[in-house]
Design a protein around this ligand. Structure first.
Ligand code: FUC
Length: 768
């Protein structure tokens, strides 16, 4: 610790003397800094979807904080409360009688999950490298190259240039750290590990650190996972000496560290994996390969996804400055490249936290240094998990949705148990959160948890993946999950006495209290909108697959009996069945659930339903712009869908200020929550291209701040890829690539163009 402070001081003294300031990296899509990270939200994130690391870049001590995406607390469990079923009719009766608080209390007593909170996502621990030679540093720079997904630390001491490179390889399933110096025999360090887990650290002679342990219990659920982390060190030149639980390298020319981590998790119901064998296997395979070979495959795998989209919003001299200074600068109007960097950083984060075969990106993606992170860093599916995946299809990262789809498949199983236990219903249900163990019962308390529509919302992502790819084989695989979600609502929607509508009951408008002392109610607007999408997409899917005529009829008939979207007395879109909005206690609430109809859905649209779109605008004005990171992210997408580029842009600048973006570009809820990053990416995308309401609209919300630019490789529904280019605020060229072929309607302002393209065909249009 003292060492770190001394180094920092020496570094600052050197820098203030203005000697040898590091230059910006050659790759413009880089995050970079002239000092090491002092706190976690300054460290740089690498990841391969499963293995994550935060690189601090200290000179006396490097801290590489490690994560593995299945290291959560607890073990397989089923928290659904069997008392719920008996309480359900009474709860409904109380709600229909307007006795909301009484209904809330009964739900609290009888219907909530046991335990009341789900399991936390936890950290593996740290790899610590201590460097004895740390004084007189010049030219310090650390950076994260988004194009190669490599974090680099470089500095000079006494005429020697030291370099550290770190990446997490999706190909070799190891984190790779290479230390080198530009003079022979200069690499000297001691490696050790530490962890807050129940684990031991030993050395397997001569060159491997081994941490092995078990995950923790949480809220009465015993830990059921074993895990192992291994760090194998290979050197060229010099000496390697193991002692106790550390390994010292002296006088080497370079050192290569391979880090493997594995747990015994196989699935939400199977924890019989062999963590030691998996970790050993990854190390032994990667050890046979050179650094160059590991790097080459890693970069190729990353670029295969990352390079599909380029975005140019213009560049000013501000882009030359270190990333933390740019975020701190309140005058963002002259830094359009920062928005492009934020966009590409978000795509980078999705690639690094959600690759096929891994767990979906949780509230912190895969990056977490705590045993009990905020909201347990779970999957909060009343907005946050969905927001994580908003940019996936439009920014050409469809593969990254695979872990989410796999999680939904798991939830059809656990959620079927919850549907049966709590509601005696068929199909499956998930409430507002889930975790590694796919728990699906209502948690935390009635005002947050008593919301049955989480699984139905996730089904929108199942459909969207088809709609962007038009892959029928995939659709056939996910269709039963969509149908099961609909089945649950066929069985649980009840007739509301006043208007004879079919309603969800009990439910709530996510987390927002109405004027009667709780959020618990019947048929909040968001539920209706989600169910309308679910039924519509089920009907479309069944038609495409040519199946289930009866089911289609039932979905159509049920959809017709749902409540309509309603405009309230203040001209706003009503959040509830009744016009309660202006009397709700938190009028500026961060959630804007009832605006789901405009985004992510398109059942409300400025062209097809202008009155409802105007009501959404009114609701947004009443709600206000200020919110948590993801709250701002959602507002950004909504203002883009309202085609108000200036308002969308002003919201984007709110997201990019230091209150909502940490120095390492992680979103600040605060604390760190990754959804804001992803909401920001999709929002920037929505400003430039919208694929909804049957059209592909070009530059629908282009702000004055981006007069000229281009975006290549964006995707639209129907299997189209698009390149667009604009100059002096006007579209100059749009190129459409038909990946599957079919009709396509392009729109630029009031002008439309309807090319009918064969598969593989390319069409150009200048918007005239
Ligand atoms: C919901 C939000 C909170 C937070 C949490 C993870 O409960 O209301 O703001 O994002 O999820």
């Amino acid at each position: 610790m003292m060492g770190t402070h001394r180094t920092l001081l020496a570094l600052l003294v050197t820098l203030s003397g203005n000697v040898a300031l590091a230059q910006p990296p050659a790759e413009p899509l880089s995050l970079w800094y002239r000092q090491p990270a002092r706190q976690w939200v300054e460290a740089l994130a690498v990841g391969n979807g499963r293995l994550g690391a935060m690189v601090f870049g200290g000179v006396a001590q490097e801290r590489i904080q490690l994560n593995e995406d299945t290291l959560w607390a607890g073990g397989p469990y089923d928290p659904a409360n069997p008392e719920a079923l008996e309480a359900l009719p009474k709860v409904r009766e109380l709600i229909f009688a307007g006795q909301y608080r009484e209904a809330h209390n009964l739900i609290g007593q009888k219907m909530m999950a046991k335990p009341l909170t789900q399991m936390p996502y936890q950290c593996v621990g740290d790899l610590l490298l201590e460097f004895p030679d740390a004084n007189g540093v010049t030219d310090y720079r650390r950076d994260l190259n988004l194009d190669t997904a490599v974090a680099t630390v470089a500095y000079m001491i006494g005429g020697v240039r030291y370099t550290r490179e770190v990446f997490s390889s999706p190909v070799d399933q190891v984190i790779v750290v290479r230390l080198k110096a530009d003079k022979p025999g200069k690499v000297t360090f001691t490696a050790g590990m530490k962890t807050p887990q129940k684990a031991s650290v030993t050395v397997e002679s001569p060159n491997t650190l081994v941490m092995q342990g078990v995950n923790g219990a949480s809220r009465g659920i015993a830990g059921a996972l074993k895990y192992q982390a291994r760090v194998a060190i290979a050197i060229s030149g010099g000496q390697i000496v193991p002692r106790d639980s550390q390994i010292t390298v002296t006088g080497a020319d370079s050192a290569l560290l391979l880090i493997a981590v594995a747990t015994s998790y196989k699935s939400f119901k199977d924890v019989t994996g062999d963590s030691e064998a998996s970790a050993k296997d990854a190390i032994s395979k990667a050890s046979r390969r050179s650094f160059e070979a590991l790097l080459k495959d890693h970069v190729a795998a990353h670029q295969n996804l990352f390079r599909r989209v380029t975005l140019d919003l213009g560049t000013t001299p501000a882009a030359q400055r270190p990333t933390d200074e740019r975020i701190r600068d309140p005058n963002k109007v002259n830094d359009p490249q920062l928005s492009a960097l934020y966009f590409q950083f978000g795509r980078y984060l999705l690639i690094c936290s959600s690759r096929p075969g891994c767990q979906p990106a949780n509230l912190q993606g895969i990056w977490n240094d705590s045993m009990n992170p905020p909201w347990q860093s779970k999957y909060t599916i009343n907005i946050n998990t969905e927001m994580n995946y908003w940019p996936a299809e439009p920014t050409n990262l469809g593969e990254c949705v695979e872990p989410l789809v796999a999680m939904v498949m798991d939830l059809t199983e656990t959620g079927a148990r919850t549907a049966k236990t709590m509601y005696n219903a068929g199909g499956w249900v998930t409430h507002h959160n889930t975790d590694l163990w796919r728990a699906s019962a209502p948690i935390d308390g009635p005002q947050w948890g008593m919301w049955p529509t989480g699984g139905a919302w996730l089904c929108l992502h199942l459909w969207d993946h088809y709609d962007y790819s038009r892959d029928k084989e995939y659709l056939a695989k996910v269709y039963p999950a969509m149908k099961g979600a609909a089945q649950f609502f066929f069985d649980t929607l009840v007739e509301e006495p006043k208007h004879k509508l079919l309603v969800t009951c009990p439910s709530l408008s996510p987390e927002n209290g109405h004027p009667f002392g709780t959020s618990v109610c019947a048929s909040p607007t968001m539920d209706v909108q989600i169910l309308r999408d679910l039924f519509t997409n089920c009907i479309r899917a069944a038609e495409i697959l040519g199946v289930d005529e009866e089911f289609r009829k039932q979905a159509t008939a049920t959809r017709e009996r749902l409540a309509p979207n309603q405009i309230g007395r203040s001209g706003q879109l009503q959040e509830w069945l009744e016009d309660w909005d202006m009397k709700a206690p938190e009028i500026h609430h961060r959630h804007v659930s009832h605006l789901y109809g405009l985004y992510p859905s398109d059942q409300i649209h400025v062209r097809t339903t202008p009155d409802l779109a105007a009501a959404v605008r009114k609701s947004l004005e009443i709600r206000g712009d200020e919110a948590t990171g993801w709250g701002i992210g959602w507002r950004l997408n909504l203002w883009a869908r309202l085609h108000d580029g200036e308002h969308a842009y002003s919201i984007l600048t709110m997201l990019l200020r230091p209150e909502r973006t940490y120095p390492n570009m992680f979103d600040a809820h605060p604390q760190f929550q990754i959804d804001g990053n992803f909401g920001g990416v999709s929002g920037i995308g929505e400003m430039l291209l919208q694929s909804c309401a049957g059209e592909i609209e070009l530059l629908p919300a282009l702000p004055k701040a981006w007069p000229s630019g281009s975006a290549r490789g964006l995707r639209a529904r129907g299997g189209f890829a698009l390149d667009i280019e604009w100059k002096d605020h006007k579209l100059v060229n749009a190129t459409v690539h038909a990946l599957v072929g079919g009709p396509c309607r392009l729109r630029y302002g009031a002008i439309t163009h309807d090319p009918n393209l064969d598969q593989g065909q390319i069409a150009r249009w200048d918007g005239q």
